[in-house]
Design a protein around this ligand. Structure first.
Ligand code: SF4
Length: 357
């Protein structure tokens, strides 16, 4: 267990299916494997059952992908049905707003889901089209309505900035329209060019660093003014609505990942699973390991990584670890005696992280 907080343990379940691939995406997800959904979820359930006797009580669950709400809700919830889940756990399912339905939500709520993360990306139609996304921003509003009617009050929006043709004004409109729907939490990500994606080969559409920096500063200004605090570089939350599951990752907590390409951290060992659904299903059916690789950090590496992760968050790191030449990028943190990055400093987080002592 994590020494800092022995009571927390997370579970991640990866659903590697999407109806269409966004051209900037390099995640482990497939658009032509729907015929494998049943077998895949059954294999995940078997994997969960194998681990169950060794697991402590689970305090946060995140079902991500891919598009988790593309697969039948009953089958999805069945994967985690027999795991030791704390009654007050944070239980999130990532959803495509177009596919949210009241029946699906009812099944989720019945299984304990209490948080939905919506892939909103943008509230401006031509920006969505430029991202290669097909949903209609109007659907976000109707999805939020259905989620609240189902009794789920904790909602996150994922947004992306920096698509080709997106002006500063478009981004501001996206943020304001998103805020008008009163999500409890917002994750905003700079569009990044991942090798091997269609976006990587289309240089004309590559985002501009200065433009993205301007949008980041404007995001922080707007969200802070609306009552959200930045608690990690890309994440803002209303009071007490920080994602417990994500905090676990940034605090070097322990978690188990189920399904393909899922990462786990137990003890001081990190390990991850095979990437394709076929290999995963086949290994589980033969009762053999799905582990594709692992690593173990030594004590010093572990401590440095802990500081680098903490630097991303509003807890910050003790002043003595931050060299004088980058201290102008920091300010007093939420945790006494620590320093955290300013908004401008967060834009240079990687440069500061490599200089940490
Ligand atoms: S919906 Fe998400 S996981 Fe699926 S292709 Fe698009 S970005 Fe990737």
């Amino acid at each position: 267990m994590n020494q800092e907080d022995p009571k927390k343990f997370g579970l991640y379940l990866h659903v590697p299916f999407c109806s269409r691939r966004c051209d900037y995406c390099s995640f482990a997800t497939w658009t032509d494997r729907e015929h494998l959904i049943d077998q895949y979820l059954t294999a995940c359930k078997t994997q969960a059952a194998t681990w169950a006797p060794e697991l402590p009580v689970i305090t946060s669950i995140f079902i991500g992908g891919g598009t988790p709400n593309l697969v039948p809700a009953e089958l999805l919830m069945n994967v985690v049905a027999e795991l030791p889940i704390a009654t007050d756990s944070e239980f999130t399912v990532e959803c495509n707003p177009d596919l949210v339905s009241s029946d699906q939500l009812e099944t989720y709520v019945h299984a304990g889901v209490n948080r939905i993360s919506l892939g909103v990306q943008s509230m401006v139609p031509y920006v969505l089209a430029s991202l290669g996304r097909e949903h209609d921003p109007e659907n976000v509003q109707s999805a939020v309505k259905k989620i609240r009617s189902a009794g789920i009050t904790n909602i996150n929006f994922d947004l992306i900035y920096g698509a080709q043709g997106e002006t500063n004004e478009d981004w501001r409109v996206s943020l304001e329209k998103a805020l008008s729907l009163e999500p409890n939490h917002l994750s905003t990500y700079a569009l990044t060019v991942e090798p091997g994606t269609p976006l990587a080969t289309d240089i004309e559409r590559h985002p501009d660093d200065d433009d993205q920096a301007d949008k980041y500063i404007e995001t922080d200004r707007l969200l802070t003014a609306a009552g959200y605090s930045n608690y990690e570089i890309s994440n803002w939350a209303q009071p007490d609505k920080e994602s417990r599951h994500n905090l676990l990752y940034w605090n070097q907590g322990e978690y188990l990942g189920l399904g393909v390409a899922a990462h786990s951290h137990i003890g001081q060992k990190r390990f991850w699973s095979v990437r394709t659904p076929e290999r995963f299903i086949s290994a589980i059916s033969k009762n053999s390991s799905v582990e594709a690789g692992s690593e173990q950090l030594d004590v010093d590496g572990w401590a440095l990584e802990g500081r680098q992760l903490a630097l991303r968050t509003s807890s910050g790191v003790p002043e003595e670890f931050i060299p004088r030449e980058v201290r102008h990028l920091t300010q007093p943190a939420d945790l006494d005696g620590n320093l955290k990055l300013t908004a401008e400093g967060r834009l240079l987080a990687n440069e500061v992280a490599v200089r940490l002592r």
